[in-house]
Design a protein around this ligand. Structure first.
Ligand SMILES: Cc1cc2nc3c(=O)[nH]c(=O)nc-3n(C[C@H](O)[C@H](O)[C@H](O)COP(=O)(O)OP(=O)(O)OC[C@H]3O[C@@H](n4cnc5c(N)ncnc54)[C@H](O)[C@@H]3O)c2cc1C
Length: 448
């Protein structure tokens, strides 16, 4: 990945003592809000705070949420001591590096929810960040296609929801107008959502790491958090050494529930990993889709449904479906991790979920093993598409928090501990909203 990322195994990091990887700190703790006041700083205040003491923060997880949080913290509090600990050899290797690459603008989410607010704020900030750091992106707009009268009625509701979330310029299109934009799309009507876009998230990660390091933060790789000790400060044990800081922020994605438990929290929610598999349109079939083509979501089902996405680097992806993954980082059907599987199958919430949505579970599983069935779902949006137009694509695994009652936690969810914040649910559109999520996390820390 990016050559500037520090490797955990290398000990030339500033602030390390001769004792392997133990970060030295001045004793005497301060409450975060006392030293991170909310008001903007003058240059004088900044340098005074540096002279006094800057509380230090360890962020567990170098996905887009952890990196965006580090960046926002450094921007709002210049001189703050911020270190990101990432277990892999490079940041952004899991959800962030295996998603659809879409910039979601906040159309679907319940007005007033964190998701709605942070998606709307986040897409604007992300587009600005990409423009500033030369990250490839494009606001290409999308169509949400209604294929039957029931979907047309739901599309009307979606239009109202988009307006309630403050989106400008959404248009209802009839069949002819819709086909002018996407000639191969079937269906009765569509919503045109002009704000939606596509982006290169791995390039966002590279730019975030550079930005963090430029502002004096560190990203340490090969540094899986394996243990936490809480004293006057937090000490996090990793194979790259022990790291100490005043605050910890858990952004561990697929492992966030386990990391929070390691840090002494009760594990009320469980991460259930749902793999999302993609097909790609063969080069000769890519004329079938121009931009982004999505279905009208069915409120009876918890996932969005397969759709078409133009990738920023070229090509068209179709998917993702949603099937239980037998490993939290199981990108192939054959990947199995006994601990992860045991964790999922012994969770009462998962069984209750399966009883609530039996049809969906069978349907998604069928689509996972049968290209023909997967294609049938795609044909609702683009009737001309045939199995022969598709070739296997990649896969991503969603870190979806589930309640013991079998409900999928829909909104972003954070939990506070002592000088700690745990991000326990950050599903889509958290990549789009990551910069706004970072700001929200920092505000929540300052609030108390
Ligand atoms: C198939 C799919 C499609 C999606 N499409 C979109 C989309 O188009 N647009 C959008 O906005 N969102 C999309 N999302 C959602 C988006 O990708 C995620 O919400 C977002 O990437 C979450 O970022 P994260 O940093 O929380 O998690 P991650 O990217 O998973 O990062 C967590 C990091 O924590 C590290 N970690 C875990 N445990 C430890 C530990 N103990 N110690 C140190 N490090 C640790 C991991 O190695 C990882 O790098 C999609 C997700 C999936 C799976």
């Amino acid at each position: 990945m990016d050559g500037t990322v520090n490797q955990g195994t290398c000990l030339k990091l500033s602030g390390f003592t001769a004792g392997r990887g133990v970060r030295k700190r001045t004793p005497g703790q301060l409450v975060f809000s006392q030293v991170f006041p909310k008001a903007p700083f003058s240059a004088n205040l900044r340098s005074r705070r540096r002279e006094l003491k800057t509380p230090s923060t360890l962020i567990i997880g170098g996905g887009i949420v952890g990196l965006a949080t580090a960046r926002q913290l450094l921007r709002q509090h210049p001189g703050a001591d911020v270190t990101v600990l990432e277990k892999e050899a490079a940041p952004g290797q899991h959800q962030t590096g295996n998603n659809s690459g879409v910039l979601h603008c906040g159309l679907y989410y319940t007005p007033g929810s964190l998701k709605a607010r942070l998606a709307v704020e986040g897409i604007r900030e992300m587009a600005e960040f990409c423009a500033e750091h030369q990250v490839p992106h494009e606001i290409c707009g999308k169509l949400v296609v209604a294929t039957n009268p029931a979907e047309v009625a739901r599309m009307e509701k979606l239009f109202e929801r988009g307006q309630a979330n403050g989106l400008q310029g959404i248009e209802k299109l009839n069949r002819d107008q819709m086909c002018e934009i996407e000639p191969h799309v079937g269906g009765l009507a569509a919503l045109k959502v002009p704000q939606e876009g596509i982006v290169d998230y791995p390039a966002v990660v590279t730019a975030l790491v550079k930005n963090i390091e430029k502002m004096g933060g560190e990203v340490i790789t090969n540094a899986r958090a394996t243990g936490f000790r809480e004293g006057s400060e937090w000490t996090v044990e990793t194979p790259a050494g022990d790291f100490s800081a005043d605050w910890i922020i858990n952004c561990a994605g697929l492992h966030c529930d386990r990391v929070s438990q390691l840090a002494g929290q009760k594990r009320d929610l469980r991460i259930v990993p749902f793999r999302g598999e993609y097909f790609q349109l063969k080069p000769e079939s890519q004329h079938l889709v121009r931009h982004l083509v999505y279905p009208v979501p069915d409120p009876a089902f918890p996932f969005l449904g397969v759709h078409f996405t133009r990738l920023i680097g070229g090509g068209i992806e179709a998917g993702p479906n949603a099937v239980l993954a037998f490993a939290r980082e199981g990108y192939r059907k054959t990947n199995l991790n006994l601990r992860d599987l045991f964790d999922a199958l012994t969770y009462v919430g998962l069984w209750r979920f399966a009883l609530k949505y039996p049809k969906m579970c069978v349907n998604e599983l069928h689509g996972s093993f049968s290209k023909k069935h997967f294609c049938k779902q795609l044909q609702k949006l683009v009737p001309d598409i045939q199995p022969s137009d598709l070739e296997p694509g990649g896969a991503g695994v969603r870190a979806q928090a589930m309640t013991p009652e079998g409900g999928l936690v829909q909104d972003f969810h954070f939990a506070r501990g002592t000088r700690a914040l745990h991000v326990l649910n950050a599903p889509s559109p958290a990549a789009t909203a990551s910069l706004a999520i970072g700001t929200e996390i920092i505000n929540q820390l300052e609030f108390n």
